[in-house]
Design a protein around this ligand. Structure first.
Ligand SMILES: NC(=O)c1ccc[n+]([C@@H]2O[C@H](COP(=O)([O-])OP(=O)(O)OC[C@H]3O[C@@H](n4cnc5c(N)ncnc54)[C@H](OP(=O)(O)O)[C@@H]3O)[C@@H](O)[C@H]2O)c1
Length: 264
């Protein structure tokens, strides 16, 4: 019997990760889904087993813990789960200004968005290269394309994700492995409530189009299958990703800060 490809999705308990899990299961993958909210993962697993016949393994993990990525990789190895597709999606933001932001939140963003993503990618990419087969999708953001006053650390973590992804995509291109950065703009998920930016007029007053998580996941999955290095979702986001290259940095950071500003 032909083995179904196996995908690991981090942050599959809600939003874009949950929708990416639906895309993958609907397209013939078995899944390992990981996050902290086990009840949400169980509900998703039951849905996907019923709707698609996918085998779904749940791994509870808190990626704020520095040891968590190594434990997750060890658990995969122990259970003999060979990952063909890695979706490095777990992440969060914070709308506080840097000088007054909570220390644990600042360091937590770096732990989850940067360190955990890097360690999981590093742990799974080597075996993919050895097998000359595999795909990785790292969820970055349009926040990656410019510095973001009022969300400084979040934007910096996503700039890291984009830079790492593009560089490694070039390194492994010849080894039969693809690496893709998915760069959504504003997307309707729990992200804005978690980052405490839901009252930003940009999103709250509909000044920019806010995409659904399903639409973002569909575009991301198509880009992953094509092996695209960078996927920016939707034409408004494509223009916003391009525009920092057209203006001086001093202008770009001021405009970004004004767009991300709220009453601090
Ligand atoms: N929504 C947007 O506007 C937007 C735009 C661009 C990029 N993004 C990126 O898209 C990705 C997904 O976010 P989303 O918009 O779908 O938001 P979301 O609905 O809040 O989902 C975030 C996911 O990350 C997981 N996660 C967060 N902290 C974690 C931790 N400590 N350990 C394990 N898992 C953790 C959450 O699971 P648990 O809470 O269950 O652990 C959840 O499944 C993030 O990387 C985000 O930066 C979002």
């Amino acid at each position: 019997m032909v083995r179904r490809p196996l995908a690991l999705v981090t942050g599959a308990s809600s939003g874009i990760g949950l929708e990416l899990a639906r895309e993958l299961a609907g397209d013939g993958h078995d899944l390992v889904i990981a996050a902290r909210n086990v009840a949400a993962l169980e509900a998703l697993a039951a849905e996907l087993r019923g709707a698609t016949g996918a085998e779904v393994t749940i791994i509870a993990t808190d990626l704020l813990e520095p040891a968590a990525p190594a434990l997750l990789l060890a658990e995969l190895a122990e259970r003999g789960l060979v990952i063909d597709v890695l979706i490095n999606n777990a992440g969060f933001g914070d709308g506080a200004q840097f000088h007054s932001a909570d220390r644990a939140t600042v360091m937590g963003m770096i732990q989850v968005n940067v360190a955990a993503l890097t360690e999981l990618m590093h742990g799974l990419l080597g075996p993919m290269v050895a097998r000359r087969s595999g795909r990785i999708l790292n969820v970055a953001s349009t926040a990656a394309f410019q510095p973001g006053p009022n969300m400084a650390v979040y934007c910096a973590t996503k700039a890291y994700v984009l830079s790492l992804t593009e560089a490694v995509a070039e390194e492994v291109r010849r080894h039969g492995v693809t690496v893709t950065a998915l760069c959504p703009g504003a997307t309707r998920t729990n992200f804005m409530a978690v980052a405490d930016i839901a009252d930003n007029p940009l999103f709250a007053k509909g000044m920019i189009p806010v995409m659904t998580a399903g639409a973002v996941a569909r575009l991301g999955y198509q880009g992953l299958k094509r092996g695209q290095a960078v996927v920016v979702t939707g034409w408004v986001n494509q223009i916003s990703a391009l525009s920092p290259r057209l203006f001086p940095r001093s202008v770009v950071r001021k405009v970004a800060g004004a767009l991300l500003a709220r009453a601090h």
